[in-house]
Design a protein. Structure first.
Length: 548
């Protein structure tokens, strides 16, 4: 990594909040920033593995020209935020200027920590001087509602999908230079928050209290901070314990091996990555554990080549490598090498993924290299490699969980962990086919439909393809020799998804295997009428000696 030396370092690192609020740039400063912007415009596409995967060269060049032309009207902090916006156009979470890590911006941070829960944006922690704000819901940030402020921050955060924005934006909104440049506030040294506590709203003005770099993410907090959950006695939930550790494990009383995996790195606490996983699973074997939970919710990545040690330990234990015994907890903080580990676990193991969608896309640009701008010395990360998973055509911008669970502010305050609780409970729940089977055996179509509707309305199944799940449930019954029950399940699927040729194709196969030839022929023909390319229906008619 390049370092500043001499007078240049002194100037850049001694920027004060008042200096950040200075008047527009002098002609000399404009010329310096212009050289930086033009360098970025030329060098980022040249160094990036594929800068134009999500935009055109013309769009990039036009954006560079617009910023170049606006420089005389901008202040220093505004230029930096516009550079962040420019780099975010690449739509690559690894490429950009990150105010959370780049100390050369000279940006500052308010003495609070925000988090976007399912029930709103909350101040979850603050320094002791502002402890009365902890636990309050943020209604407005400056001139904008909390939701609008989060949307505005998304414009300057490099990302592929919305979940990484949910992870990064709350921290970005505690940087007053950023909120001012986004026109959310009028002052780059302080920000006004409208908060709601106990049903009453009030406004508070928070001033910059320290440097922006090095804060804003993960479970670790500054020593002088008071956390929202401190009002609740007892131990913190496991995902928040030992915040400084990259990986650690414990064996729970119910014979669960719990592994907290926060960073894909070589060593932690003197223990190497490979050695750690061997020890963890050896301890689990000795204790006779019956399931494994791998908690990756705040894993921001590291070294991709270290992922294999965990995967190998899992696949050599088929008694644990089952969807009802292996659970991986994921969320918006999963990024980079951690996302690649999720890809590997999904491909090679039978894991059930519980939590929120990840922050990174399964196929991603990464291995960012630094581009130092010539005048400001700001460092821009630029992706140099493309990490492709097991499906080249996978264009998802996040990986979705099998079981969706998102914490509320009340959960956090009460030290509850609904994600882990759901995973531990999930292993004892019967699959959908077993839940529908009794009613299906009786031919109670209405009851089966109610069961499917209940399944579809369950928030845990938010990201499920319910049509596919019901179809799978039908085939599990069919392959178990319970053809009459399978026909009822397939039939309900056609009622719920009447425009799907596949549901009728499956129902046709159910009828065929149940010996109901005429019904099978009619249903196969309906599937073909909806989709003439449905080869399996054509094959079914051929087996039954009928014409399409």
């Amino acid at each position: 990594m390049l370092r500043l030396t001499g007078l240049t370092a002194l100037v850049v690192l001694s920027v004060t909040p008042k200096m950040a609020q200075s008047q527009t740039l002098t002609p000399t400063e404009v010329a310096a920033w212009r050289e930086d912007v033009r360098t970025l415009g030329a060098e980022l596409p040249r160094r990036h593995k594929n800068a134009f995967a999500h935009m055109t060269r013309e769009q990039w060049d036009a954006a560079v020209r617009r910023l170049d032309g606006r420089l005389p009207q901008l202040k220093r902090h505004e230029v930096i935020v516009e550079i962040m916006r420019l780099a975010a156009l690449v739509r690559d979470g690894h490429t950009g200027l990150n105010a959370d890590f780049e100390d050369r911006t000279g940006f500052h941070r308010l003495a609070i920590r925000l988090y976007d829960f399912s029930d709103g944006l909350f101040i979850i922690a603050a320094d002791s001087a502002h402890k009365d704000l902890v636990g309050s819901r943020v209604v407005r940030i400056g001139h904008a509602t909390a939701a609008a402020a989060l949307d505005s921050a998304a414009q300057v955060i490099s990302h592929e999908g919305a979940n990484w924005v949910r992870w990064r934006a709350p921290g970005m909104l505690t940087i007053p230079e950023v909120t001012a440049a986004l026109r959310l506030s009028d002052d780059a040294t302080k920000t006004t928050f409208t908060i709601e506590q106990n049903g009453r709203e009030r406004s508070v003005v928070l001033e910059a209290a320290g440097m922006a770099a090095g804060g804003g993410h993960g479970p670790a907090l500054p020593n002088n901070f008071v956390d929202m959950r401190s009002v609740t006695p007892g131990e913190d939930p496991l995902w928040l314990q030992q915040p400084g550790r990259a990986f650690w494990f414990t064996i729970l009383p119910d014979k669960t091996l719990y592994i907290n995996h926060r960073a894909v790195q070589f060593i932690d606490g003197g223990v190497m990555n490979e050695v750690f996983f061997r020890r963890a699973f050896a301890a689990g074997d000795s204790a006779g554990v019956e399931r494994v939970v791998i908690d990756m919710r705040v894993n921001g990545g590291g070294n991709n080549f270290l992922n294999r040690f965990l995967v190998k330990e899992l696949i050599r234990r088929p008694n644990l490598d089952r969807p009802d015994r292996l659970f991986v907890l994921i969320g918006r903080g999963v990024f980079s090498a951690a996302q690649n580990l999720v890809n590997e676990l999904d491909f090679y193991t039978a894991a059930t993924f519980v939590g929120e969608p990840t922050g990174n896309s399964p196929n991603q640009y990464g291995d960012a290299r630094l581009l130092e701008l010539p005048k400001s010395k700001l460092r821009i990360f630029v992706s140099s490699l493309y990490w492709q998973g097991h499906v080249a055509a996978d264009e998802r911008t996040w990986f979705t969980p099998d079981v969706f669970v998102e914490a509320t502010s009340a959960d956090y305050r009460a030290k509850r962990d609904p994600v882990l609780e759901t995973a531990l409970k999930r292993g004892s729940e019967p699959p959908l086919s077993q839940r529908l089977a009794p009613d299906a055996e009786r031919g109670d179509t209405a009851a089966v439909r109610r069961g499917v509707e209940e399944y579809r309305s369950n928030p845990e199944n938010r990201y499920h393809n319910v049509e596919g799940d019901v179809n799978d449930a039908g085939y599990q019954l069919l392959n178990a020799g319970r053809s009459s029950a399978a026909v009822v399940v397939f039939y309900v699927n056609t009622l719920l998804f009447p425009n799907s040729a596949n549901t009728f194709d499956s129902l046709g196969e159910g009828y065929e295997r149940a010996g109901q030839r005429d019904a099978a022929i009619a249903t196969y023909r309906k599937a073909l009428a909806m989709n003439p390319g449905m080869g399996s229906s054509r094959d079914g008619l051929r087996r039954l000696g009928a014409t399409p």
